[in-house]
Write a protein of this length. Structure first.
Length: 198
């Protein structure tokens, strides 16, 4: 459905449904706040199942890394009795670790989700909570990811929706190509001008 420049597509509906399912599941199971799961579902949902699975793999690896570092942060913070300076210096250090490890594992597309997972969990652990609380927040990210990927398996976009998405992607690609060609032209022009000045 489209009204002028505003479009309500299948992916938008699936994203809203994923959030709804996270909220409902957490309410029914009395699991607590669905925040982390809902965000994980939104991050994992892509235009089709193939893209979701590919991105989901990256997301699961990112969640695992971010969750592991959040758990390590929990122990470091507990060891130093929740000192503010631990949060101030250790979390940025862990952000560096996430980026370096993700890059080393060739999981660059999972860097943002790994950092988001780590920060969401690390910064949402109330003082005095147990390791089990932190572990459950890691589990929340996996629940959201599974909901997002599953929705794409159950609800497939219609052929015309796929074609429209491909056309939109092509338009974006052509814009980027035009920008790149302009930058190359400008660089060549500058090199030519510099060689004439010599």
């Amino acid at each position: 459905m489209q009204i002028g420049r505003f479009r309500l597509g299948m992916r938008t509906m699936k994203t809203a449904l994923a959030v709804l399912l996270c909220i409902l599941l957490f309410h029914v199971t009395d699991r607590g706040s669905p925040l982390i799961a809902a965000l994980a579902a939104v991050f994992s949902l892509r235009q089709d199942l193939t893209t979701s699975i590919s991105f989901g793999r990256s997301r699961v690896l990112g969640n695992s890394l971010g969750g592991l570092l959040a758990l390590i942060f929990y122990y470091v913070q507990a060891f130093f009795k929740n000192d503010f300076f631990v949060e101030l210096f250790v979390l940025p250090l862990f952000v560096i670790l996430v980026i370096v490890i993700s890059d080393g594992l060739n999981n660059n597309s999972g860097i943002i989700s790994a950092i988001a997972t780590m920060l969401l969990i690390a910064l949402s652990i109330p003082q005095g909570e147990s390791f089990l609380y932190a572990l459950n927040r890691v589990l929340d990210t996996f629940i959201g990811t599974i909901i997002g990927i599953s929705l794409n398996g159950v609800i497939s976009p219609q052929t015309d929706e796929k074609e429209k998405q491909i056309k939109e992607d092509l338009v974006e690609l052509r814009k980027k190509e035009a920008d790149l060609n302009k930058m190359l032209y400008d660089v060549r022009k500058q090199i030519k001008e510099q060689s004439h000045q010599k």
